[in-house]
Write a protein of this length. Sequence first.
Lengths: 282, 354
Amino acid sequence: MIVSWLGWMAVAVAGTAQGVDGQSVSVASPQRVVTLGGTLTEIVYALGAEDRLAGVDASSVFPASARQLPQVGYYRQVGAEGILSLAPDLVIASEEAGPPAALALLEQAGVPVLRLSSEPSAGAAVARIEAVGAVLERSSQATAAAAALRRALAEVEPLDPSPTVAFVFGRGAGSLVVAGTGTAAEAMIRLGGGTPAITGYEGYKPLTPEALVVAAPEVIVSTTRVVEGLGGLDGLAALPAVAATPAAAQGRLVVLEDLLFLGFGPRLGAGAKALNEALAAP
Amino acid sequence: MTDGVPWGETSHRFGAAPWWALGSATVGVLLLGSASLGAVPIDVMDVLGMLASAAGLPVEASWTPLEETVLWRLRLPRVALSALVGAGLSLAGALTQGLFRNPLAEPGLLGVSAGAGLFAALAIVAGSSALSAWLATSTVAMSAFVGGLLTTVLVAAIATVDGRPSVTTMLLAGIAVSALAGAGLGLLLTLADDAQLRSITFWMMGSIGGATWPAVGVAAVGVGLPALVSLRWAPALDAMLLGVTEAQHLGVDTARVQAGTVAVVAMMVGVCTSLCGVIAFLGLVVPHVARRIVGPGHRRLLPLSVLLGAGLLAAADLMSRTVAAPAELPVGLLTTCLGGPFFLVQLLRHRRHP
Protein backbone atom coordinates (compact mmCIF):
# COMPACT_ATOMS: atom_id res chain seq x y z
CA MET A 1 0.00 0.00 0.00
CA ILE A 2 2.69 2.45 1.11
CA VAL A 3 4.88 1.32 -1.76
CA SER A 4 2.23 2.34 -4.28
CA TRP A 5 2.14 5.91 -2.93
CA LEU A 6 5.90 6.22 -3.17
CA GLY A 7 5.55 6.35 -6.92
CA TRP A 8 3.22 9.38 -6.71
CA MET A 9 5.41 11.06 -4.14
CA ALA A 10 8.20 11.09 -6.66
CA VAL A 11 6.22 13.32 -9.02
CA ALA A 12 4.50 15.59 -6.52
CA VAL A 13 5.30 16.81 -3.04
CA ALA A 14 2.79 14.93 -0.94
CA GLY A 15 0.86 16.38 1.97
CA THR A 16 1.88 14.49 5.08
CA ALA A 17 0.21 14.38 8.47
CA GLN A 18 0.62 12.28 11.58
CA GLY A 19 -2.51 10.45 12.78
CA VAL A 20 -3.49 9.94 16.43
CA ASP A 21 -2.65 6.24 15.94
CA GLY A 22 0.93 7.28 15.22
CA GLN A 23 0.60 6.41 11.55
CA SER A 24 1.94 8.95 9.14
CA VAL A 25 -0.38 9.51 6.18
CA SER A 26 0.88 11.07 3.03
CA VAL A 27 -1.07 11.63 -0.19
CA ALA A 28 -0.16 13.64 -3.25
CA SER A 29 -2.81 16.38 -3.62
CA PRO A 30 -5.88 14.34 -2.67
CA GLN A 31 -8.89 15.33 -4.80
CA ARG A 32 -11.59 13.02 -3.45
CA VAL A 33 -11.73 13.28 0.33
CA VAL A 34 -14.28 11.64 2.65
CA THR A 35 -14.57 13.07 6.17
CA LEU A 36 -15.93 11.04 9.12
CA GLY A 37 -16.89 13.53 11.84
CA GLY A 38 -18.66 16.90 11.62
CA THR A 39 -15.70 18.78 13.10
CA LEU A 40 -13.36 17.51 10.37
CA THR A 41 -15.81 18.47 7.61
CA GLU A 42 -15.99 21.93 9.12
CA ILE A 43 -12.19 22.18 9.10
CA VAL A 44 -12.05 21.23 5.39
CA TYR A 45 -14.55 24.04 4.67
CA ALA A 46 -12.59 26.47 6.85
CA LEU A 47 -9.49 25.75 4.77
CA GLY A 48 -11.41 26.43 1.56
CA ALA A 49 -10.94 22.86 0.33
CA GLU A 50 -14.62 21.87 0.21
CA ASP A 51 -14.46 21.31 -3.55
CA ARG A 52 -12.35 18.24 -2.77
CA LEU A 53 -14.98 16.61 -0.55
CA ALA A 54 -16.38 13.47 -2.17
CA GLY A 55 -18.54 12.54 0.81
CA VAL A 56 -19.24 13.31 4.45
CA ASP A 57 -20.83 11.53 7.40
CA ALA A 58 -24.23 12.28 8.95
CA SER A 59 -22.82 14.39 11.77
CA SER A 60 -21.51 16.94 9.22
CA VAL A 61 -24.29 19.50 9.65
CA PHE A 62 -22.24 22.69 9.37
CA PRO A 63 -22.03 24.58 7.10
CA ALA A 64 -25.47 23.86 5.65
CA SER A 65 -24.04 23.08 2.20
CA ALA A 66 -22.21 20.09 3.71
CA ARG A 67 -25.58 18.38 3.97
CA GLN A 68 -25.86 18.39 0.17
CA LEU A 69 -22.77 16.18 -0.20
CA PRO A 70 -23.03 12.38 -0.58
CA GLN A 71 -23.68 10.77 2.80
CA VAL A 72 -21.78 7.76 4.11
CA GLY A 73 -23.80 7.23 7.33
CA TYR A 74 -23.10 8.11 10.94
CA TYR A 75 -19.35 8.29 11.62
CA ARG A 76 -19.38 5.78 14.49
CA GLN A 77 -21.06 3.16 12.31
CA VAL A 78 -19.95 3.53 8.69
CA GLY A 79 -19.81 0.88 6.02
CA ALA A 80 -16.61 0.39 4.02
CA GLU A 81 -18.39 -0.34 0.75
CA GLY A 82 -20.41 2.88 0.80
CA ILE A 83 -17.24 4.90 1.28
CA LEU A 84 -15.32 2.96 -1.39
CA SER A 85 -18.14 3.56 -3.89
CA LEU A 86 -17.22 7.26 -3.76
CA ALA A 87 -13.69 6.36 -4.97
CA PRO A 88 -11.91 8.41 -2.30
CA ASP A 89 -8.17 9.00 -2.36
CA LEU A 90 -8.15 10.02 1.33
CA VAL A 91 -10.37 9.45 4.35
CA ILE A 92 -10.02 11.82 7.30
CA ALA A 93 -11.60 10.19 10.35
CA SER A 94 -12.20 11.17 13.95
CA GLU A 95 -10.62 8.69 16.38
CA GLU A 96 -14.18 7.86 17.43
CA ALA A 97 -15.09 6.82 13.87
CA GLY A 98 -15.71 3.16 13.33
CA PRO A 99 -16.29 0.30 13.40
CA PRO A 100 -12.55 -0.53 13.32
CA ALA A 101 -13.18 -3.33 10.84
CA ALA A 102 -14.65 -0.89 8.30
CA LEU A 103 -11.67 1.46 8.57
CA ALA A 104 -9.28 -1.51 8.27
CA LEU A 105 -11.11 -2.58 5.08
CA LEU A 106 -10.59 0.91 3.63
CA GLU A 107 -6.87 0.69 4.29
CA GLN A 108 -6.72 -2.79 2.78
CA ALA A 109 -8.43 -1.38 -0.30
CA GLY A 110 -5.58 1.12 -0.60
CA VAL A 111 -7.36 4.19 0.73
CA PRO A 112 -5.19 6.06 3.26
CA VAL A 113 -7.07 6.84 6.49
CA LEU A 114 -5.89 9.81 8.58
CA ARG A 115 -7.21 9.42 12.15
CA LEU A 116 -7.31 12.58 14.22
CA SER A 117 -7.75 12.97 17.97
CA SER A 118 -11.16 14.09 19.21
CA GLU A 119 -9.78 15.48 22.47
CA PRO A 120 -11.81 18.50 23.60
CA SER A 121 -9.09 21.10 24.14
CA ALA A 122 -7.89 24.24 22.36
CA GLY A 123 -4.50 22.65 21.72
CA ALA A 124 -6.08 19.58 20.13
CA ALA A 125 -8.36 21.78 18.00
CA VAL A 126 -5.35 23.66 16.60
CA ALA A 127 -3.53 20.36 16.02
CA ARG A 128 -6.56 19.01 14.10
CA ILE A 129 -6.68 22.07 11.87
CA GLU A 130 -2.95 21.90 11.19
CA ALA A 131 -3.07 18.16 10.42
CA VAL A 132 -5.90 18.59 7.91
CA GLY A 133 -4.05 21.60 6.43
CA ALA A 134 -0.89 19.55 6.04
CA VAL A 135 -2.50 16.55 4.36
CA LEU A 136 -4.55 18.77 2.01
CA GLU A 137 -1.54 21.03 1.33
CA ARG A 138 -3.35 24.05 2.75
CA SER A 139 -0.87 24.84 5.47
CA SER A 140 -1.02 28.61 5.13
CA GLN A 141 -4.82 28.59 5.40
CA ALA A 142 -4.52 26.26 8.41
CA THR A 143 -2.08 28.63 10.10
CA ALA A 144 -4.48 31.51 9.50
CA ALA A 145 -7.48 29.52 10.83
CA ALA A 146 -5.53 28.46 13.92
CA ALA A 147 -4.45 32.05 14.52
CA ALA A 148 -8.05 33.25 14.19
CA LEU A 149 -9.14 30.59 16.67
CA ARG A 150 -6.48 31.67 19.18
CA ARG A 151 -7.38 35.35 18.67
CA ALA A 152 -11.05 34.69 19.44
CA LEU A 153 -10.11 32.63 22.50
CA ALA A 154 -7.92 35.48 23.74
CA GLU A 155 -10.93 37.79 23.55
CA VAL A 156 -12.79 35.66 26.12
CA GLU A 157 -13.02 37.76 29.25
CA PRO A 158 -12.45 36.19 32.64
CA LEU A 159 -15.64 36.43 34.67
CA ASP A 160 -15.59 37.31 38.36
CA PRO A 161 -17.61 35.81 39.90
CA SER A 162 -17.64 32.97 37.41
CA PRO A 163 -21.25 31.76 37.01
CA THR A 164 -22.07 28.09 37.59
CA VAL A 165 -23.23 26.40 34.39
CA ALA A 166 -25.02 23.10 33.70
CA PHE A 167 -25.11 21.61 30.20
CA VAL A 168 -28.21 19.64 29.19
CA PHE A 169 -27.61 16.96 26.54
CA GLY A 170 -31.04 15.37 26.13
CA ARG A 171 -33.64 13.48 28.01
CA GLY A 172 -34.68 9.84 28.38
CA ALA A 173 -38.06 8.90 29.79
CA GLY A 174 -37.72 11.39 32.60
CA SER A 175 -34.53 12.80 33.99
CA LEU A 176 -32.39 15.18 31.95
CA VAL A 177 -29.08 13.89 30.68
CA VAL A 178 -26.54 16.40 32.02
CA ALA A 179 -22.81 16.67 31.32
CA GLY A 180 -20.48 15.66 34.13
CA THR A 181 -16.69 15.85 34.24
CA GLY A 182 -14.36 14.85 31.41
CA THR A 183 -16.81 15.93 28.71
CA ALA A 184 -16.45 18.33 25.79
CA ALA A 185 -19.23 20.36 27.41
CA GLU A 186 -17.27 20.72 30.65
CA ALA A 187 -14.17 21.87 28.76
CA MET A 188 -16.28 24.36 26.81
CA ILE A 189 -17.93 25.77 29.95
CA ARG A 190 -14.47 26.47 31.39
CA LEU A 191 -13.22 28.01 28.11
CA GLY A 192 -16.25 30.32 28.14
CA GLY A 193 -15.42 31.55 31.65
CA GLY A 194 -18.03 29.53 33.52
CA THR A 195 -17.73 27.00 36.35
CA PRO A 196 -19.26 23.55 35.78
CA ALA A 197 -22.17 23.09 38.19
CA ILE A 198 -22.31 19.29 38.01
CA THR A 199 -19.06 17.53 38.96
CA GLY A 200 -20.34 14.46 40.83
CA TYR A 201 -19.82 12.00 37.96
CA GLU A 202 -18.04 11.49 34.66
CA GLY A 203 -19.57 11.64 31.21
CA TYR A 204 -23.14 12.36 30.14
CA LYS A 205 -25.62 10.70 32.53
CA PRO A 206 -29.19 11.14 33.71
CA LEU A 207 -29.07 13.58 36.62
CA THR A 208 -31.49 13.11 39.48
CA PRO A 209 -33.71 16.23 39.29
CA GLU A 210 -33.17 17.13 42.96
CA ALA A 211 -29.42 17.30 42.40
CA LEU A 212 -29.97 19.93 39.71
CA VAL A 213 -31.98 22.01 42.20
CA VAL A 214 -29.24 21.62 44.83
CA ALA A 215 -26.48 22.48 42.34
CA ALA A 216 -28.49 25.63 41.57
CA PRO A 217 -26.79 26.49 38.26
CA GLU A 218 -26.93 30.19 37.41
CA VAL A 219 -26.96 29.40 33.69
CA ILE A 220 -28.23 26.35 31.79
CA VAL A 221 -26.71 25.73 28.36
CA SER A 222 -27.91 23.38 25.66
CA THR A 223 -27.62 22.98 21.90
CA THR A 224 -30.08 23.70 19.10
CA ARG A 225 -30.87 20.09 18.28
CA VAL A 226 -31.18 19.00 21.92
CA VAL A 227 -33.56 21.86 22.69
CA GLU A 228 -35.64 20.95 19.63
CA GLY A 229 -36.02 17.47 21.08
CA LEU A 230 -37.12 18.91 24.42
CA GLY A 231 -39.94 20.92 22.88
CA GLY A 232 -38.06 24.21 22.60
CA LEU A 233 -36.76 26.51 25.31
CA ASP A 234 -40.23 26.74 26.86
CA GLY A 235 -40.35 22.96 27.16
CA LEU A 236 -36.92 22.96 28.85
CA ALA A 237 -37.85 25.80 31.21
CA ALA A 238 -41.12 24.09 32.14
CA LEU A 239 -39.44 20.95 33.53
CA PRO A 240 -39.95 21.12 37.32
CA ALA A 241 -36.27 20.67 38.20
CA VAL A 242 -35.18 23.33 35.68
CA ALA A 243 -37.93 25.71 36.80
CA ALA A 244 -36.56 25.55 40.37
CA THR A 245 -33.04 26.71 39.38
CA PRO A 246 -31.74 30.29 39.52
CA ALA A 247 -31.02 29.94 35.78
CA ALA A 248 -34.73 29.59 34.95
CA ALA A 249 -35.76 32.21 37.50
CA GLN A 250 -33.51 34.77 35.81
CA GLY A 251 -34.25 33.49 32.30
CA ARG A 252 -30.63 32.50 31.72
CA LEU A 253 -31.11 29.52 29.40
CA VAL A 254 -28.54 29.65 26.59
CA VAL A 255 -28.81 27.73 23.32
CA LEU A 256 -25.81 27.36 21.02
CA GLU A 257 -25.50 25.53 17.71
CA ASP A 258 -24.32 21.92 18.24
CA LEU A 259 -20.98 21.96 16.39
CA LEU A 260 -20.22 25.49 17.55
CA PHE A 261 -20.46 24.33 21.17
CA LEU A 262 -19.29 20.71 21.12
CA GLY A 263 -17.29 20.45 17.88
CA PHE A 264 -13.89 21.80 19.02
CA GLY A 265 -13.24 22.72 15.40
CA PRO A 266 -12.31 25.97 13.66
CA ARG A 267 -15.14 27.86 15.40
CA LEU A 268 -13.95 26.89 18.90
CA GLY A 269 -12.85 30.46 19.64
CA ALA A 270 -16.11 31.88 18.31
CA GLY A 271 -18.11 29.38 20.36
CA ALA A 272 -16.21 30.15 23.55
CA LYS A 273 -16.67 33.86 22.91
CA ALA A 274 -20.41 33.46 22.26
CA LEU A 275 -20.78 31.51 25.52
CA ASN A 276 -18.61 34.04 27.34
CA GLU A 277 -20.84 36.91 26.18
CA ALA A 278 -23.97 35.02 27.21
CA LEU A 279 -22.47 34.28 30.63
CA ALA A 280 -21.37 37.90 31.09
CA ALA A 281 -24.85 39.27 30.29
CA PRO A 282 -26.62 40.07 33.56
CA MET B 1 -50.73 -24.59 28.12
CA THR B 2 -50.76 -24.47 31.93
CA ASP B 3 -49.23 -27.91 32.36
CA GLY B 4 -45.98 -28.07 34.27
CA VAL B 5 -45.81 -24.37 35.09
CA PRO B 6 -45.58 -23.28 38.72
CA TRP B 7 -48.72 -21.48 39.78
CA GLY B 8 -47.43 -21.24 43.33
CA GLU B 9 -48.66 -23.08 46.36
CA THR B 10 -51.96 -21.81 47.61
CA SER B 11 -51.85 -20.51 51.13
CA HIS B 12 -54.64 -18.42 52.55
CA ARG B 13 -52.84 -17.48 55.71
CA PHE B 14 -52.54 -13.93 54.48
CA GLY B 15 -56.05 -13.62 53.19
CA ALA B 16 -57.59 -12.03 56.24
CA ALA B 17 -58.32 -8.35 56.72
CA PRO B 18 -55.60 -7.66 59.35
CA TRP B 19 -52.95 -8.80 56.88
CA TRP B 20 -54.30 -6.38 54.29
CA ALA B 21 -54.13 -3.57 56.83
CA LEU B 22 -50.55 -4.53 57.71
CA GLY B 23 -49.58 -4.68 54.02
CA SER B 24 -51.13 -1.30 53.29
CA ALA B 25 -49.42 0.20 56.33
CA THR B 26 -46.04 -1.18 55.19
CA VAL B 27 -46.45 0.34 51.74
CA GLY B 28 -47.57 3.60 53.37
CA VAL B 29 -44.42 3.75 55.51
CA LEU B 30 -42.34 2.93 52.43
CA LEU B 31 -43.93 5.81 50.49
CA LEU B 32 -43.34 8.18 53.41
CA GLY B 33 -39.71 7.03 53.56
CA SER B 34 -39.36 7.62 49.80
CA ALA B 35 -40.71 11.12 50.28
CA SER B 36 -38.07 11.75 52.94
CA LEU B 37 -34.96 10.31 51.27
CA GLY B 38 -33.11 11.64 48.22
CA ALA B 39 -30.33 13.94 47.04
CA VAL B 40 -31.90 16.52 49.40
CA PRO B 41 -32.66 14.59 52.61
CA ILE B 42 -35.82 15.89 54.30
CA ASP B 43 -36.63 14.94 57.89
CA VAL B 44 -39.70 12.68 58.08
CA MET B 45 -41.25 15.05 60.61
CA ASP B 46 -40.76 17.91 58.17
CA VAL B 47 -42.44 15.87 55.42
CA LEU B 48 -45.41 15.27 57.72
CA GLY B 49 -45.30 18.92 58.79
CA MET B 50 -45.42 20.19 55.21
CA LEU B 51 -48.28 17.80 54.38
CA ALA B 52 -50.17 18.94 57.49
CA SER B 53 -49.51 22.58 56.72
CA ALA B 54 -50.80 22.09 53.15
CA ALA B 55 -53.92 20.50 54.65
CA GLY B 56 -54.52 23.72 56.54
CA LEU B 57 -53.28 22.64 59.96
CA PRO B 58 -51.34 25.23 61.97
CA VAL B 59 -47.79 23.86 61.89
CA GLU B 60 -44.68 25.89 62.59
CA ALA B 61 -42.37 25.73 59.56
CA SER B 62 -39.13 24.03 60.55
CA TRP B 63 -38.11 23.38 56.96
CA THR B 64 -36.18 25.39 54.39
CA PRO B 65 -37.69 26.81 51.17
CA LEU B 66 -35.38 24.47 49.23
CA GLU B 67 -36.86 21.47 51.03
CA GLU B 68 -40.34 22.76 50.31
CA THR B 69 -39.59 23.18 46.59
CA VAL B 70 -38.01 19.75 46.34
CA LEU B 71 -40.84 18.02 48.22
CA TRP B 72 -43.74 19.60 46.36
CA ARG B 73 -42.32 19.98 42.87
CA LEU B 74 -40.06 16.94 42.58
CA ARG B 75 -40.32 14.40 45.38
CA LEU B 76 -44.07 13.96 45.94
CA PRO B 77 -45.06 13.79 42.26
CA ARG B 78 -42.30 11.26 41.80
CA VAL B 79 -43.35 9.02 44.69
CA ALA B 80 -46.98 9.23 43.61
CA LEU B 81 -46.15 8.46 39.97
CA SER B 82 -43.93 5.51 40.90
CA ALA B 83 -46.70 4.04 43.07
CA LEU B 84 -49.33 4.51 40.34
CA VAL B 85 -47.15 3.13 37.55
CA GLY B 86 -45.99 0.21 39.71
CA ALA B 87 -49.59 -0.62 40.54
CA GLY B 88 -50.68 -0.31 36.91
CA LEU B 89 -47.91 -2.47 35.45
CA SER B 90 -48.34 -5.16 38.12
CA LEU B 91 -52.11 -5.31 37.72
CA ALA B 92 -51.66 -5.46 33.95
CA GLY B 93 -49.27 -8.38 34.50
CA ALA B 94 -51.73 -10.25 36.70
CA LEU B 95 -54.51 -9.69 34.14
CA THR B 96 -52.32 -10.83 31.23
CA GLN B 97 -51.37 -14.00 33.09
CA GLY B 98 -55.07 -14.64 33.73
CA LEU B 99 -55.95 -13.94 30.10
CA PHE B 100 -53.31 -16.29 28.69
CA ARG B 101 -53.87 -18.73 31.56
CA ASN B 102 -50.10 -18.84 31.84
CA PRO B 103 -48.02 -17.47 34.71
CA LEU B 104 -45.12 -16.79 32.35
CA ALA B 105 -47.14 -14.27 30.35
CA GLU B 106 -46.48 -10.56 30.71
CA PRO B 107 -47.99 -7.43 29.13
CA GLY B 108 -45.10 -7.19 26.67
CA LEU B 109 -46.61 -10.19 24.84
CA LEU B 110 -49.41 -7.98 23.55
CA GLY B 111 -46.84 -5.78 21.81
CA VAL B 112 -47.63 -2.69 23.88
CA SER B 113 -44.08 -2.05 25.12
CA ALA B 114 -42.46 -2.73 21.75
CA GLY B 115 -44.90 -0.46 19.92
CA ALA B 116 -44.51 2.29 22.50
CA GLY B 117 -40.72 2.00 22.28
CA LEU B 118 -40.73 2.22 18.49
CA PHE B 119 -42.94 5.30 18.42
CA ALA B 120 -41.04 7.00 21.25
CA ALA B 121 -37.81 6.53 19.30
CA LEU B 122 -39.56 7.79 16.17
CA ALA B 123 -40.53 10.96 18.00
CA ILE B 124 -37.01 11.40 19.37
CA VAL B 125 -35.27 10.90 16.02
CA ALA B 126 -37.61 12.31 13.40
CA GLY B 127 -40.39 14.29 14.91
CA SER B 128 -38.45 16.71 17.05
CA SER B 129 -38.62 19.91 15.04
CA ALA B 130 -41.90 19.39 13.21
CA LEU B 131 -44.10 18.20 16.05
CA SER B 132 -42.61 19.49 19.26
CA ALA B 133 -43.40 23.13 18.56
CA TRP B 134 -47.05 22.56 19.42
CA LEU B 135 -46.98 19.38 21.46
CA ALA B 136 -44.12 20.66 23.66
CA THR B 137 -42.45 18.08 25.90
CA SER B 138 -45.26 15.58 25.64
CA THR B 139 -44.36 14.63 22.04
CA VAL B 140 -42.46 11.50 23.00
CA ALA B 141 -45.06 10.45 25.57
CA MET B 142 -47.96 11.04 23.15
CA SER B 143 -46.20 9.19 20.37
CA ALA B 144 -45.36 6.27 22.67
CA PHE B 145 -48.97 6.01 23.81
CA VAL B 146 -50.27 5.99 20.24
CA GLY B 147 -47.64 3.38 19.30
CA GLY B 148 -48.60 1.09 22.17
CA LEU B 149 -52.27 1.33 21.31
CA LEU B 150 -51.72 0.78 17.56
CA THR B 151 -49.65 -2.38 18.09
CA THR B 152 -52.21 -3.82 20.50
CA VAL B 153 -55.08 -3.11 18.12
CA LEU B 154 -53.08 -4.78 15.34
CA VAL B 155 -52.33 -7.84 17.47
CA ALA B 156 -55.95 -8.12 18.65
CA ALA B 157 -57.27 -7.71 15.10
CA ILE B 158 -55.00 -10.49 13.82
CA ALA B 159 -56.10 -12.78 16.67
CA THR B 160 -59.84 -12.17 16.27
CA VAL B 161 -61.68 -14.53 13.95
CA ASP B 162 -65.47 -14.22 13.54
CA GLY B 163 -65.62 -11.95 16.57
CA ARG B 164 -63.92 -14.51 18.83
CA PRO B 165 -60.38 -13.87 20.04
CA SER B 166 -57.95 -16.79 19.91
CA VAL B 167 -55.52 -16.44 22.79
CA THR B 168 -52.87 -18.66 21.16
CA THR B 169 -52.93 -16.64 17.93
CA MET B 170 -52.74 -13.48 20.02
CA LEU B 171 -49.60 -14.73 21.75
CA LEU B 172 -47.90 -15.55 18.43
CA ALA B 173 -49.09 -12.36 16.75
CA GLY B 174 -47.80 -10.37 19.73
CA ILE B 175 -44.36 -11.95 19.41
CA ALA B 176 -44.25 -11.30 15.64
CA VAL B 177 -45.44 -7.70 15.90
CA SER B 178 -43.01 -7.03 18.78
CA ALA B 179 -40.17 -8.40 16.67
CA LEU B 180 -41.16 -6.12 13.78
CA ALA B 181 -41.30 -3.12 16.12
CA GLY B 182 -37.89 -4.14 17.45
CA ALA B 183 -36.49 -4.15 13.92
CA GLY B 184 -37.97 -0.70 13.30
CA LEU B 185 -36.34 0.51 16.51
CA GLY B 186 -33.01 -0.91 15.34
CA LEU B 187 -33.36 0.98 12.07
CA LEU B 188 -34.02 4.22 13.96
CA LEU B 189 -30.95 3.62 16.15
CA THR B 190 -28.77 3.61 13.04
CA LEU B 191 -30.24 6.98 12.01
CA ALA B 192 -29.89 8.66 15.42
CA ASP B 193 -27.05 10.97 16.45
CA ASP B 194 -25.24 10.83 19.80
CA ALA B 195 -27.69 12.88 21.83
CA GLN B 196 -30.71 11.08 20.32
CA LEU B 197 -29.06 7.71 20.88
CA ARG B 198 -28.54 8.57 24.52
CA SER B 199 -32.16 9.70 24.88
CA ILE B 200 -33.51 6.51 23.27
CA THR B 201 -31.24 4.25 25.33
CA PHE B 202 -32.26 5.86 28.60
CA TRP B 203 -35.94 5.87 27.52
CA MET B 204 -35.80 2.11 26.91
CA MET B 205 -34.54 1.61 30.48
CA GLY B 206 -37.28 3.64 32.13
CA SER B 207 -37.24 6.51 34.59
CA ILE B 208 -39.70 8.15 36.94
CA GLY B 209 -37.56 11.31 36.82
CA GLY B 210 -39.99 13.17 34.58
CA ALA B 211 -42.72 13.16 37.22
CA THR B 212 -44.91 16.27 37.34
CA TRP B 213 -48.33 16.77 38.89
CA PRO B 214 -50.04 16.70 35.45
CA ALA B 215 -48.28 13.37 34.76
CA VAL B 216 -49.56 12.06 38.11
CA GLY B 217 -53.05 13.16 37.08
CA VAL B 218 -52.80 11.34 33.75
CA ALA B 219 -51.55 8.20 35.51
CA ALA B 220 -54.29 8.40 38.16
CA VAL B 221 -56.96 8.41 35.45
CA GLY B 222 -55.17 6.13 32.98
CA VAL B 223 -54.43 3.49 35.60
CA GLY B 224 -57.24 4.09 38.09
CA LEU B 225 -60.23 3.77 35.75
CA PRO B 226 -59.11 0.59 33.95
CA ALA B 227 -58.12 -0.89 37.33
CA LEU B 228 -61.59 -0.31 38.78
CA VAL B 229 -63.20 -1.82 35.69
CA SER B 230 -60.93 -4.88 35.66
CA LEU B 231 -61.35 -5.76 39.35
CA ARG B 232 -64.96 -6.63 38.52
CA TRP B 233 -63.76 -9.38 36.18
CA ALA B 234 -61.99 -11.35 38.92
CA PRO B 235 -64.74 -14.03 39.20
CA ALA B 236 -64.84 -14.43 35.40
CA LEU B 237 -61.03 -14.80 35.24
CA ASP B 238 -61.22 -17.40 38.04
CA ALA B 239 -63.74 -19.38 36.01
CA MET B 240 -61.56 -19.08 32.91
CA LEU B 241 -58.65 -20.68 34.79
CA LEU B 242 -60.64 -23.91 34.40
CA GLY B 243 -60.69 -23.47 30.64
CA VAL B 244 -62.52 -21.19 28.24
CA THR B 245 -65.20 -23.76 27.37
CA GLU B 246 -65.75 -24.59 31.05
CA ALA B 247 -66.10 -20.89 31.84
CA GLN B 248 -68.68 -20.53 29.06
CA HIS B 249 -70.67 -23.41 30.58
CA LEU B 250 -70.56 -21.47 33.87
CA GLY B 251 -72.23 -18.57 32.08
CA VAL B 252 -69.17 -16.34 31.57
CA ASP B 253 -69.13 -14.17 28.43
CA THR B 254 -65.50 -15.13 27.74
CA ALA B 255 -65.12 -13.17 24.50
CA ARG B 256 -66.18 -9.98 26.26
CA VAL B 257 -63.87 -10.55 29.22
CA GLN B 258 -60.94 -11.39 26.92
CA ALA B 259 -61.45 -8.32 24.74
CA GLY B 260 -61.98 -6.17 27.81
CA THR B 261 -58.81 -7.47 29.46
CA VAL B 262 -56.75 -6.74 26.36
CA ALA B 263 -58.17 -3.20 26.20
CA VAL B 264 -57.56 -2.54 29.90
CA VAL B 265 -54.01 -3.93 29.79
CA ALA B 266 -53.20 -1.89 26.67
CA MET B 267 -54.54 1.26 28.30
CA MET B 268 -52.66 0.84 31.58
CA VAL B 269 -49.35 -0.28 30.05
CA GLY B 270 -49.65 2.37 27.33
CA VAL B 271 -50.12 5.17 29.86
CA CYS B 272 -47.37 3.89 32.20
CA THR B 273 -44.86 3.29 29.42
CA SER B 274 -45.50 6.62 27.72
CA LEU B 275 -44.92 8.45 31.01
CA CYS B 276 -41.92 6.50 32.31
CA GLY B 277 -40.39 4.52 29.44
CA VAL B 278 -39.97 0.76 29.49
CA ILE B 279 -39.96 -0.68 33.01
CA ALA B 280 -39.26 -4.37 32.66
CA PHE B 281 -40.10 -7.42 34.74
CA LEU B 282 -42.51 -5.76 37.17
CA GLY B 283 -45.59 -7.14 35.39
CA LEU B 284 -44.07 -10.62 35.40
CA VAL B 285 -42.67 -10.82 38.92
CA VAL B 286 -45.19 -9.00 41.12
CA PRO B 287 -48.17 -11.28 40.28
CA HIS B 288 -45.91 -14.24 41.08
CA VAL B 289 -45.10 -12.89 44.53
CA ALA B 290 -48.76 -12.06 45.09
CA ARG B 291 -49.79 -15.57 44.03
CA ARG B 292 -47.36 -17.06 46.57
CA ILE B 293 -49.08 -15.06 49.29
CA VAL B 294 -52.80 -15.34 48.48
CA GLY B 295 -53.02 -18.12 45.89
CA PRO B 296 -54.30 -17.94 42.31
CA GLY B 297 -57.82 -16.59 43.03
CA HIS B 298 -58.15 -13.27 41.17
CA ARG B 299 -60.37 -11.67 43.85
CA ARG B 300 -57.33 -11.44 46.11
CA LEU B 301 -54.56 -11.67 43.51
CA LEU B 302 -55.52 -8.50 41.62
CA PRO B 303 -55.74 -6.14 44.65
CA LEU B 304 -52.55 -7.56 46.17
CA SER B 305 -50.71 -7.09 42.86
CA VAL B 306 -51.75 -3.43 42.95
CA LEU B 307 -50.45 -3.01 46.51
CA LEU B 308 -47.15 -4.87 45.98
CA GLY B 309 -46.51 -3.21 42.63
CA ALA B 310 -46.95 0.26 44.10
CA GLY B 311 -44.56 -0.51 46.95
CA LEU B 312 -41.96 -2.27 44.79
CA LEU B 313 -41.65 0.43 42.14
CA ALA B 314 -41.54 3.17 44.79
CA ALA B 315 -38.67 1.27 46.43
CA ALA B 316 -36.90 0.70 43.10
CA ASP B 317 -37.23 4.39 42.24
CA LEU B 318 -35.85 5.36 45.65
CA MET B 319 -32.79 3.23 44.84
CA SER B 320 -32.58 4.65 41.34
CA ARG B 321 -32.24 8.22 42.58
CA THR B 322 -30.05 7.61 45.65
CA VAL B 323 -27.59 4.77 44.90
CA ALA B 324 -25.46 6.66 42.35
CA ALA B 325 -26.49 10.23 43.27
CA PRO B 326 -26.17 12.80 41.78
CA ALA B 327 -26.39 10.55 38.72
CA GLU B 328 -29.45 8.38 38.35
CA LEU B 329 -29.67 4.67 37.59
CA PRO B 330 -32.45 3.80 35.13
CA VAL B 331 -35.29 2.32 37.19
CA GLY B 332 -36.00 -0.35 34.55
CA LEU B 333 -32.47 -1.61 35.14
CA LEU B 334 -33.17 -1.99 38.86
CA THR B 335 -36.50 -3.77 38.42
CA THR B 336 -34.76 -6.21 36.06
CA CYS B 337 -31.82 -6.68 38.45
CA LEU B 338 -34.25 -7.44 41.29
CA GLY B 339 -36.78 -9.36 39.23
CA GLY B 340 -34.43 -11.53 37.16
CA PRO B 341 -32.77 -13.41 40.04
CA PHE B 342 -36.11 -13.75 41.85
CA PHE B 343 -37.62 -15.34 38.79
CA LEU B 344 -34.68 -17.72 38.36
CA VAL B 345 -34.94 -18.80 42.01
CA GLN B 346 -38.63 -19.57 41.44
CA LEU B 347 -37.78 -21.68 38.40
CA LEU B 348 -35.05 -23.57 40.27
CA ARG B 349 -37.35 -24.28 43.21
CA HIS B 350 -39.96 -25.59 40.85
CA ARG B 351 -37.36 -27.81 39.21
CA ARG B 352 -36.69 -29.44 42.55
CA HIS B 353 -40.38 -29.93 43.46
CA PRO B 354 -42.18 -30.68 40.22
